[in-house]
Unconditional design. Structure first.
Length: 202
């Protein structure tokens, strides 16, 4: 009998996104394959698309800017839906920035099209029939935001190739992860690169 610990694995190309379904009790492992790459994470209940991961609720529930290992992320219904089980990265993540978008890149001076986490979210969500009017603010895994006297400075992710974080699902979820497209600020190092997502069943 072959053990099959991995139910599903996806490698997300630079400046794109992907989704997976994860059952309660299984783990989601997010790996920065090449280093210095931010992964935007979104999650929604499989049985109720009105319940989704809310970074605002998470901050309010924990009285923190970001949960530590053993704590987790809450839905807009004030329910913990993911728990940080392991953090095999430098531990710098962000829950303050919105997903990058066409409008953000236009504001930064891009005239033509630019890939964005918002567009990549829409593409992925549409594949499992989630069509939210407003894109939820993501958990920006591996993003390094320096906060000094209330000012936010986006700096290169501190991750090295192979760094990862592992989250346990507390309910059945669809998760969307994007490999952030930002190449006008240094959050993704010198170039946008790949992210791997894996579901590990219990
Ligand atoms: Zn982005």
């Amino acid at each position: 009998m072959n053990e099959k610990p991995y139910l599903d694995t996806k490698t997300i190309a630079p400046q794109s996104g992907g989704w997976l379904k994860i059952n309660q009790g299984s783990r989601l492992k997010i790996t920065d394959l090449d280093g210095e790459q931010v992964a935007d994470l979104f999650a929604v209940s499989c049985c109720n698309f009105d319940e989704y991961l809310s970074v605002g609720t998470t901050r309010a529930a924990l009285y923190k800017l970001f949960p530590k290992t053993g704590e987790g992320f809450f839905s807009n219904k004030y329910r913990q839906i993911l728990t940080i089980e392991r953090d095999d990265s430098p531990g710098t993540h962000d829950m303050l920035y919105c997903a990058c978008s066409t409008e953000m890149y236009q504001k930064m001076g891009i005239n033509g099209y630019h890939n964005s986490c918002s567009d990549n979210f829409r593409i992925a969500a549409t594949e499992f029939n989630w069509h939210p009017e407003v894109i939820p603010d993501p958990v920006n895994i591996f993003q390094y935001t320096q906060i000094t006297a209330g000012k936010m400075t986006p700096l290169p992710a501190q991750t090295k190739a192979g760094d990862s974080i592992t989250l346990k699902a507390e309910i059945d979820l669809y998760i969307i992860v994007t490999a952030c497209s930002m190449d006008l600020e240094p959050i993704n190092g010198t170039q946008c690169s790949r992210i791997k997502i894996e579901i590990i069943h219990n």
